[in-house]
Design a protein around this ligand. Structure first.
Ligand SMILES: NC(=O)c1ccc[n+]([C@@H]2O[C@H](COP(=O)([O-])OP(=O)(O)OC[C@H]3O[C@@H](n4cnc5c(N)ncnc54)[C@H](O)[C@@H]3O)[C@@H](O)[C@H]2O)c1
Length: 433
């Protein structure tokens, strides 16, 4: 089957590569010329485990191509996946301009029956909107169907998640389109991956509901962690015991400096905006956002308390990405903390195994270092902001030689307090103080 994927970001590139690995002929299209020319050479613009090998293999086998020519890609494909960004507008709604632009281009390029699969996270009702835009853009009448197929992969584990998903959601009112998209996922069906066939609207809602639930779980355990600090309880044991209840589950019960990334903050805002549009006050969404912002601020407050003030002090951030195994710094708590420290007269030194280039674009006024010992040079406070493997076994003797004051704030609860205090550090963490 010939497939086109529009957008070669985290979702489009991983989906396109994995589908080519299933044996399909895939053209990945992007309007970013630089990205496409790098991909053509087998260079991978994002940090994602296992992706480079898969791309190289499928380019070699002739099943995976990269192009900037959407028209040609649409003409030769039966199925067109849309995986472009849907970033947040200032008012919290989703910016649908990229999706709409692609829909118009697809409409103009159509030369036969096509299945348009919406993979980006989009507001409920988008499929209906797309049908209208595509129909109005067509230069010749051709049949088409719109399918909603939200993506649930996690950055940092994207290839594995795409190849071994918990479920596949396919929303459509067309039996024909449903059968075609199910056929694409047949290799996963053979692994007994559940397929949920539903309406477009329900599929669109499932994605928002899933991300809101995950964001809620993180905010919930962060609230419990803060309370633990006040009452002298240990959030690690609380979360462990709570998570053993099968009705709750243990995943996403790890406290930290707040959630970030390109999805949770924007998707929670989007569901709140969606509710507002239809006259429903979705209070839980607003609360999740408030709690998350407060959590990032809690890190700033606890750091300030430890130092007296940030003025003239050096704060070292270990980790810049919003979570390990990714170079994505969008909405990363580390960037929020760095910004706040600088606003209050502090200096920030930072090290991250993968996300430095991305962080430099977002926050140039930070001293980026090539190793964690270098980042700790002259530090008054070291904050572990991302739980990269490299930070799980820090060489504290080396850090002691470099740091000015031995203060460690382990926002991710990697270490045991007593172990670090025994090494001569003042140690704080999240919900175990
Ligand atoms: N990143 C994730 O972990 C994740 C997971 C699930 C769902 N999603 C959703 O998937 C969508 C894409 O997310 P992402 O993180 O892959 O985005 P991204 O920003 O990494 O990539 C989007 C790509 O689309 C390209 N693009 C934009 N307009 C285009 C056009 N007109 N023609 C061709 N290409 C165009 C951009 O150049 C970019 O390469 C979003 O809706 C997001 O919410 C993301």
């Amino acid at each position: 089957m010939n497939i086109c994927i529009v957008g070669t970001g985290y979702v489009g590139l991983v989906a396109g590569t994995c589908l080519s690995d299933f044996g399909m002929n895939v053209i990945c299209v992007d309007n970013d010329k630089k990205k496409i020319s790098r991909l053509k050479k087998g260079e991978v613009p994002i940090y994602e485990i296992g992706l480079e090998q898969l791309i190289k293999r499928n380019i070699k086998l002739g099943r995976l191509r990269f192009s900037t020519d959407l028209e040609e890609a649409v003409k030769r494909s039966l199925v067109i996946f849309i995986g472009v960004g849907t970033p947040e507008n200032e008012d919290g709604t989703s910016n649908m301009s990229y999706v709409h632009e692609v829909a118009r281009e697809i409409g103009r390029a159509m030369n036969d029956y096509k299945v348009i699969v919406m993979k980006s996270t989009v507001p409920v009702g988008t499929s209906r909107e797309l049908r209208k835009i595509i129909r109005e853009s067509q230069t010749e009448p051709n049949d088409f169907d719109v399918v909603s197929n939200p993506e649930f992969l996690r950055e940092g584990a994207a290839v594995n998640d795409f190849l071994r998903p918990d479920r596949i959601v396919i929303g459509s009112d067309s039996e024909r389109a449903l059968a075609i998209v199910k056929d694409i996922y047949r290799p996963l069906y053979l692994l007994e991956t559940p397929i949920i066939s539903t309406t477009n609207e329900t599929a669109e809602m499932i994605k928002y509901a899933s991300n809101t639930m995950l964001a809620l779980k993180i905010s919930f355990i962060n609230e419990i962690a803060n309370l633990c600090d006040h009452v002298g309880a240990d959030v690690y044991d609380v979360a462990r015991a709570v998570g053993m209840d099968k009705r709750i589950g243990s995943k996403f019960l790890h406290p930290g400096p707040g959630f970030g990334g390109s999805c949770f903050p924007k998707d929670v805002n989007a569901i709140v905006s969606l509710a507002k549009k239809v006259g429903y006050d979705f209070r839980l969404g607003n609360t999740i956002n408030e709690v998350n912002l407060r959590q990032k601020e809690t890190v700033v407050e606890k750091s300030r308390e430890l130092l007296g003030s940030f003025d003239g002090k050096t704060v070292t951030l270990l980790g810049l990405s919003f979570k390990p195994e990714t170079d994505d710094v969008r909405e990363s708590p580390a960037l929020h903390i760095a910004q706040r420290v600088k606003e209050e007269g502090g200096m920030v030194r930072a090290y991250d195994p993968a996300a430095m280039d991305e962080a430099k674009k977002a926050l140039p006024d930070v001293k980026y270092c090539s190793s964690y010992p270098e980042a700790c040079d002259g530090a008054d406070l070291i904050i572990i902001t991302t739980e990269w493997h490299e930070f799980r076994d820090l060489d504290f003797d080396k850090i002691k030689e470099k740091a000015r004051t031995l203060n460690l704030y382990d926002t991710r609860n990697i270490y045991k307090a007593q172990d670090i205090r025994d090494k001569g550090f003042a140690y704080i963490c999240t919900g175990r103080n």
